[in-house]
Design a protein. Structure first.
Length: 173
C-alpha cells in the first residue's frame, strides 16, 4: 500500500479506484461507489483488509462531494477526473457505516497509520469525514438539495460504538 499523504485519495488503491471510475461508464459509477462502501460496511469480519479500506474511504469522500465540509476530502490531483453522477441519499448511511467500522474495527490501514508519522492526522481526517457523513445522514435530505447544510440533526443520528467511546477515553485509536 503506497501512500504519500493522509487524504482519502493519497494512496495507490484510492488513486487506482479514481482511475477505474473514470474508465467506468457514467451509468455505472454510482454502483462502483456503492460496491466499495458495501465491501466494508456490509462485512461482518473482525478485520478489514487495507485495499478495501482505501477504496471505502475514497468512496465515502465522493459521497460528500459538493456538500458543506465535503470539499476537504476531494483531490484535484488523484481523485476522479470524470463526471460523478449525483450520489443518491441512501448511500450516505452506507458510507457512514463504512467509515464508522474503520474507526473501530481492526484493519490494515489503522494498523499502518498507528505506527507512522501522520497517523494522528489520518485519524483526525477520518473522524472529520465521519462527522460530515453523520450530519448529512441525520439531515435525511438529498446531497444536492439547496439548503441541505442548514438542516438540523434528526433523532436518528449515528452514535459511536461503546468500543470507540472506550478507545477515545483511553487515548487509543
Amino acid at each position: 500500500m503506497g501512500k504519500w499523504g493522509y487524504g482519502p485519495f493519497d494512496n495507490d488503491g484510492a488513486a487506482d479506484f479514481a482511475g477505474d471510475l473514470d474508465a467506468t461508464p457514467l451509468s455505472r459509477r454510482v454502483q462502483a461507489i456503492r460496491s466499495a462502501l458495501a465491501s466494508v460496511a456490509g462485512d461482518g469480519s473482525p478485520h478489514i483488509e487495507g485495499g478495501r479500506a482505501e477504496l471505502a474511504i475514497a468512496a465515502a469522500a465522493l459521497t460528500v462531494r459538493g456538500v458543506e465540509g465535503g470539499d476537504e476530502f476531494q483531490s484535484a490531483t488523484w481523485g476522479p477526473n470524470g463526471e460523478i453522477p449525483p450520489i443518491p441519499k441512501e448511500l450516505v448511511p452506507l458510507a457512514l457505516e463504512a467509515i464508522s467500522r474503520l474507526l473501530v474495527t481492526s484493519n490494515d490501514l489503522r494498523d499502518d497509520w498507528s505506527v507512522e508519522e501522520g497517523g494522528a492526522e489520518w485519524l483526525a481526517m477520518l473522524r472529520r469525514l465521519r462527522a460530515v457523513l453523520d450530519r448529512e445522514s441525520a439531515a435525511g435530505v438529498p446531497l444536492s438539495a439547496p439548503g441541505a447544510e442548514g438542516q438540523k440533526q434528526g433523532p436518528h443520528r449515528a452514535r459511536r460504538s461503546a468500543h470507540e467511546d472506550e478507545s477515545i477515553q483511553e487515548g487509543l485509536w
